[in-house]
Design a protein around this ligand. Sequence first.
Ligand code: NAD
Length: 735
Amino acid sequence: MNLTQFSFEVGDNGVALAKFDAPERSMNTLTRAANEDIAAIVKEVTENDAIKGLVFTSGKESGFCAGADLGEMTGLLALASKAETPEEKAEVFNMAFGINKLFREMETCGKPVAIAINGLAMGGGLELALACHYRIIADDQPKLRIALPEGKIGLLPGGGGTQRLPRLMGIQAAAPYLLQGKTMKAAEAVSMGVCHASAPTAELVEKATEWVLANPKAVAPWDQPKFKVPGGIPNQHPMATQVLMMGNAMIVKETHGNYPAQKNILSCVYEGLQLSMDLAIKVESRYFAKTVATPEAQGMVRTLFQSLQDLSKGASRPEGVPKYEINKVGVVGAGLMGAGIAYVQAAAGIPTILVDVSQESADRGKDYSKRIVDKAVSRGKMTQEKADALLALITPTTDYDQLKGSDLIIEAVYENPELKAKITADCEAQIADTAVMGSNTSTLPITGLAEASSRPDNFIGIHFFSPVERMGLVEIIMGEKTSKETLAKAIDYVLKIKKTPVAVNDFRGFYTSRCFSTYTHEGITMLSEGIAPAIIENVGRQSGMPMGPLEVSDSVGLDTGLKIGRQMAAAEGVDYNADPLGALTAWIVEEKDRVGRKAGKGYYDYDEKGKPSQIWKGLSEKIEVKTTEVSLEERQELINRLLVRQSVEVARCFEEGVITDARDGDVGSILAWGFAPYTGGAVSYIDLKWGVAAFVAEADRLADAYGERFRPGAMLREMATKGQTFYERFPPAGK
Ligand code: NAD
């Protein structure tokens, strides 16, 4: 056999050992080459009488297999997106069915096949394991996880996962693993019947081999005559039917029908479990082929799999700048943001000086980290030694001298340009000429702040999101004078703290705050038109946004919104009070003293736990509700207003050069403000959901009906005429 991805050896006992070890890769994936190897191995094991059975394992410490290969998945998606004729559709099906057929051949080869799971097994890697007759998993690797994460990126497990997992666990137990991609630890895998046994890593292969020798006639459970799915199957057991019906209702409730993959996963389970495995995997492949052709799968795979991975590895980092070693970072301002930034730095092993005006405030900033690690220790997620080591990296102080030797300083003091200017000068007096000065401002233009800097080429915006430890994105803002070297250094820093950087150019509100604010603006404009608040909130969630426009405004803080809104309006020379949003926000904050969730009162009333209990009744003083019911079409119109409005602003950011890479636009929109993830982001919403020409027509229609804020700019019109997409016009190379 001529294998490239596996080693293959037959022991004196007649048991073959196939070790997955893709050359020149840190992690195994199911590439075409790997699939060809598996096919050759299965053929050899089936046909060679001297071989008694087979054991799979991995030759890599990083794990067994991370799942499908990204490059090849992208190829399949491209093919599926263009498939129109029956022949083209059959080609997509055949590609999808190839892996299912191969695993089934292995499962029915007549000899026992076992797998020693000596590291993570994800997606197709786990599906290969599920098609083995015996699974033994390492019990001495606390971080080991197995999962079918396809549903999270708009796909479905297409290597038999939707069929074998529920046959092993029962439909109800399998549902969160199939639909949400929930991960499973080794002990759970054994207790739930997904793996047969566990053992220390060093003993796995030996134990798997013993099982093979002891079970020469291994047959999969579902190929045995008396097999029964735990908990039963639909149409035969009322409970199973009910579980699926409820599952369907829950999906509609939670996803508002926006995620075709989840619907298709349930259909696979419903239809497939009533069939033999041979037919069931065909059903699964049919749904898989159908799913990959949807714009949702296309957008989600591109943004949440490919682009997110690329950007998280520093794809937008300028070339030719040596890697910046970051050994010490200062954070000035130990409030909400500074405290969070200090924590993520210490978690990444960076010695951190945390400065505030009083020792008490600085200590309070460090306490934020203490609370996080104490919780982790009490839950057994961190050892006390690790917690102590992390805290020891943060030095809270009022003494600027301690900042000496910092490679980077991030100021996170109040949003006040004069204060920020003073801090910049004080900090720069302490650091080397080559060190970077960063500002975590959320709205103040970086070029203006850099005027206080003696080295404006080293000055850059490093905009975190709250809560810092949970939000994966950092928006990096280039001022007019910021150098490429400084951009590269800032990206190195963001990668070091394990977050995803998107790079943008300077503009008030930058990219994320500017575009996000259009969502709340449109929602509140609807309110001022007399649409019932409950309808607006429902429609917001139905559009795929994580919260309705009013709830999210409360979460940000209505006072913050008012302050930023006024600043932005003043900078543009607009009267904020003439705007429905401005007038309403000023009234609710200044006259009614309702500043949002943090005060327990805003557009909503909040209960003691800080949960919104009801829309504030006092709104009726200012708002005359005229629309209390909407038809399906009217609902869709409101959804379009909320999403199109945001994407029109995103397009403007491209036109004005605020953002220059389509990937940044999509990843930024989902990670920063939760733009309907099923679309693949605010850029893919234009490219894939509508197509630029149709989007322009819709935006024009909305502009005629509701106002010029929807009107597409010259660039969008030109793109529509040329039939160009954003990914063509703003490709990765545009950086
Ligand atoms: P905050 O009020 O919680 O904290 C500000 C801290 O700065 C306080 O602890 C204060 O004592 C300290 N400070 C003030 N003057 C100082 C000085 N001279 N020297 C040292 N420390 C000083 O504010 P925050 O919410 O953490 O915001 C900080 C910055 O981050 C602002 O520019 C804000 O716009 C930006 N930001 C905030 C958010 C958010 O969600 N809160 C998100 C992104 C960016």
